[in-house]
Design a protein around this ligand. Structure first.
Ligand SMILES: Nc1ncnc2c1ncn2[C@@H]1O[C@H](COP(=O)(O)OP(=O)(O)OP(=O)(O)O)[C@@H](O)[C@H]1O
Ligand SMILES: [Zn+2]
Length: 643
């Protein structure tokens, strides 16, 4: 039950599924695969030993099987001395001169199987004849071999593990043909078959960013010209920006434009191993890139190793991170520039990066990549519908208008979802309806079938109507686009309101409106049922975030004043926080704002109770209301500014 703004989170990257050319080309995944083989071999050996040992233990095989009838007779004859039984299997020792003693003793071992249908009072029979019944195998001795194997097993495992890890380190430390076999050196992505070249034509909506990278391309194309002129070459470019804005794409496009080899690695891959491996992988990667220079090394998620030193480090991993980072910096410092290897790194957490990274001569060029504006979105949609047959009723400009805030990746996903729908419906072309349904799915989450008791449905209808009505009543609020009580994603219902056009700054009035709208669900439950439920959890999260921003970041509280009282992430990483008094004031102010907004929400819903009822009833009947229906039922005139 949320007053969903367009979800900003990137969906589970469906475009990076396994098997696409992108995934297997990532360095150094190849080695991980080989590591997997080693693990398999080790596991097989261990399993073999253990199995062999236990088989030889249980199947010593030197006791003859006798029939159960025979067994019963032997008991009655008083020949059975002890038995051990597990399930229906019985082993024991028999005083039986008929059977040739195997081990020269007076007794001979035997085994037998008790039929499931036997109801022969075995227990009474046994005790009558003074047979010792134990829970332990009668025969304790093991063969020498199994004894040996069993005691060796842990050792074998240890040695195998040691070899396994030593090989991994060795692979890094000893270069090609490391201590236990050969390994594949990192290979540039674009040299691999089946990978299409990416160029600037595949990137849209971020033209200024492309502009900033033009000279990088130029340098890669003519490194000699730069060397002759003694011009300083660019070394490292840091791309920052939210997930899905196309940073990876851009780096590939730079390589594609200049037609140079592209090496790609994710920083997290460097440090998931044990200490020392990351640094040697970095060294190796740079060595390979230099061999084929001019070339590009792309390091994704650089923040995982490049976060400010001493920053809330996990105890392990820390050294490794530092070593890996140092190695990258050393390699970059080591460039004479004319070598023509350019490092492009990407992060969506530029705020927590170690300042050492952005020092001159390293990632001295920082390029910010933002989500696209309306024209950009349209251009991106065009790129991603290049190979999709569109019906004439599809208007990409209109789609772009209704998707403010969405990133390139989300738009790519949208186009793909629309195409999937068309395929599912066996249409030859993708229609406008496919697009709006896909958008709904992307924005609201997939529908979930969930049978709700009538009472729950009714309460949900009021909850969502509360969000929607307050959204519609609030002047200047984002228009309500859709209200539904069909469960979607994790929510029982969703009210979607998106801005009419791209917004870059928010007024205090607007933010208050957002808080009031987000509290609308809870307020409606309060007004109608006089009780509140757990259904407002994510609403309250949203409310808290907005209120904290208003008070501590955007100077909208007189008492806190016009200063940013929130410690930045970097400060937090160093353990710095606002003074306790300040935190108290912030909390009190947040509380005041939220309480005021809640009062107002409840008051408005009481004043407009008939409209609230009308919306809830309509939702119970129709389940979903679109923008026009919602405004009509609430009797509110919607002044449209967009299309
Ligand atoms: N500006 C854009 N133009 C065209 N397609 C884009 C754009 N931005 C993103 N995309 C699409 O989204 C996909 C994912 O983008 P990409 O992986 O480059 O984003 P990113 O910023 O690197 O994200 P992350 O930070 O999650 O790694 C791209 O492969 C492309 O299909
Ligand atoms: Zn809600």
């Amino acid at each position: 039950m949320s007053n969903a703004a367009p979800p900003r989170k990137t969906p589970e990257k469906p475009w990076r599924t396994e098997g696409t050319p992108e995934e297997p080309t990532r360095w150094p995944g190849g080695r991980r695969m080989r590591g997997g083989w080693w693990g398999l071999v080790v596991a097989a050996v261990v399993v073999f030993f253990v199995a062999y040992a236990s088989v030889s233990y249980y199947n010593r095989g030197n006791e003859p099987t006798i029939s159960y009838t025979e067994f019963s007779r032997q008991i009655s004859d008083g020949n059975v001395k002890t038995i051990y039984s597990k399930g229906d299997a019985i082993q024991g020792q028999l005083k039986n001169p008929q059977a040739k003693p195997h081990d020269g003793g007076k007794y001979t071992k035997f085994k037998t199987q008790r039929p499931a249908f036997a109801d022969d009072k075995l227990w009474q029979n046994l005790s009558k004849h003074h047979v010792t019944v134990t829970a332990q195998p009668v025969v304790q001795e093991r063969s020498l071999l199994s004894n040996l194997l069993l005691s060796l097993a842990p050792l074998v495992i240890l040695v195998a593990l040691w070899v396994f890890f030593a090989r991994r380190i060795g692979a890094g430390l000893t270069g090609p043909g490391g201590m236990l076999g050969r390994k594949t050196p990192p290979r540039p992505v674009e040299l691999r078959p089946g990978t299409e070249r990416t160029t600037f034509a595949d990137v849209a909506g971020i033209d200024e960013v492309k502009g900033e990278l033009d000279d990088v391309v130029d340098f890669l194309e003519h490194p000699d010209a730069y060397r002759r002129m003694g011009a300083k070459a660019p070394r490292g470019v840091l791309l920052t920006g939210p997930p899905g804005t196309g940073k990876t794409l851009l780096a590939r496009a730079v390589a594609g434009e200049a037609d140079v080899p592209f090496f790609s690695a994710s920083a997290s891959e460097f440090i998931e191993m044990i200490v020392g491996v990351g640094a040697s992988r970095v060294r190796e990667l740079f060595a390979e890139a230099r061999k084929v220079a001019p070339s590009i090394i792309f390091i994704d998620e650089i923040d995982t190793i490049g976060r400010a030193r001493g920053a809330g480090a996990s105890v392990s991993g820390h050294d490794e991170r530092e070593q890996t980072l140092n190695q990258i910096l050393t390699e970059m410092d080591g460039f004479s520039g004319s070598e023509g290897v350019i490092v492009i790194a990407a992060t969506n957490r530029a705020d927590i990066l170690d300042p050492a990274l952005t020092r001159p001569g390293r990632f001295d060029r920082v390029v910010h990549v933002s989500p696209p504006d309306r024209a950009g979105r349209e251009a991106i949609l065009r790129i991603h519908t290049r190979d999709i047959p569109l019906a004439p009723d599809v208007d990409l400009a209109q789609v772009a208008r209704t998707t403010p805030g969405m990133t390139g990746a989300e738009l790519a996903n949208l186009a793909n979802e629309a195409a999937l729908l068309a395929v599912k419906r066996k249409q030859g072309r993708v229609t406008r309806a496919d697009f709006s349904e896909a958008l709904e799915k992307v924005q609201l989450g997939a529908e979930r079938s969930l049978v709700m008791p009538e009472e729950e449905r009714r309460r949900t209808a009021y909850h969502e109507s509360g969000h929607a009505l307050l959204g519609m009543l609030q002047p200047g609020a984002d228009p309500v686009r859709k209200v539904t009580i069909v469960p979607r994603g994790r929510a029982l219902g969703v009210t979607l309101s998106t801005p009419e056009s791209d917004k870059y700054a928010y007024t205090e009035e607007y933010l208050r409106g957002r808080v009031i709208g987000a509290l609308g669900g809870m307020a409606a439950e309060q007004v109608v049922y006089k009780v509140i439920t757990t259904g407002s959890e994510s609403d309250l999260e949203q409310v808290t975030n907005i209120a904290r921003g208003m008070v501590a970041r955007w100077g909208m509280s007189e008492r806190v004043g016009r200063l940013s009282a929130l410690p930045s992430d970097a400060q937090q990483a160093y353990g710095l926080a606002a003074a306790p008094q300040t935190l108290d004031v912030i909390e009190n102010e947040m509380r005041r704002i939220v309480d005021e907004c809640y009062e107002e929400a409840c008051r408005k819903l009481r004043d407009h109770r008939d409209q609230l009822d009308a919306l809830a009833e309509a939702l119970l009947v129709n389940e979903t209301l679109d923008e026009a229906e919602a405004y009509r039922i609430a009797g509110i005139l919607r002044v449209r500014k967009d299309d």
